[in-house]
Design a binder for this molecule. Structure first.
Ligand code: HEM
Length: 154
């Protein structure tokens, strides 16, 4: 169960990044060209938030099942100084949840805005900040913070 969820969580990052990138691109184009907020724009707003929520659920499952996290909280006082554990136990957890909350707020606010320009601007700002947070908190093979492979095989 743990390794399957971890693999799914690892793979799902690409969908999170692609959907966010596409939503930001469409919001930027729509905002700068003063386009109407189309049916597709609304679907992209909605599905980007949904994909982030699925990743949140996978993340919570990984968090509950992870031997690293269990070990971390078995002796938190002493292990909090171990960055390799604190990266997943706190840093990754807080930044990712923060980013997903931002996407949720951005999506809900954009939905309620009256004009197309306001909708595009809300998506552009909130999704871009979320993308930056997510990018920093992913353990890329090149990250100075923590390293994992680009693709985890089943
Ligand atoms: C957009 C959101 C997120 C992205 C893109 C993301 C991405 C990743 C990636 C790429 C890994 C490395 C997987 C591997 O070893 O191959 C990872 C590990 C992990 N993630 Fe996330 N994550 C996200 C959100 C979350 C959330 C919200 C939580 C907790 C509630 C979480 C908990 C964890 C844990 C505990 C690990 C390490 C598990 C272990 O090695 O035992 N993630 N995440």
């Amino acid at each position: 169960m743990y390794s399957t969820v971890l693999t799914l969580h690892s793979l799902f990052r690409w969908l999170v990044l692609l959907s966010l990138g596409f939503a930001i691109y469409r919001a930027y184009k729509g905002y700068t060209s003063k386009s109407p907020f189309s049916y597709l724009d609304n679907k992209v707003r909605h599905w980007t938030a949904t994909i982030a929520h699925i990743q949140l659920i996978l993340g919570i499952l990984v968090y509950i099942k992870s031997p690293i996290i269990q070990y971390y909280f078995s002796d938190f006082k002493n292990l909090v100084s171990d960055w390799n554990l604190t990266f997943y136990g706190l840093f990754h957890f807080i930044l990712m949840i923060g980013a997903i909350v931002l996407i949720t707020i951005g999506s809900a606010k954009a939905k309620r805005k009256k004009t197309a320009r306001e909708k595009f601007k809300t998506i552009l700002v909130t999704y871009s900040i979320a993308l930056i947070l997510i990018f920093i908190a992913i353990p890329w093979p090149f990250s100075p913070l923590a390293n994992r492979p680009y693709i985890r095989a089943f």
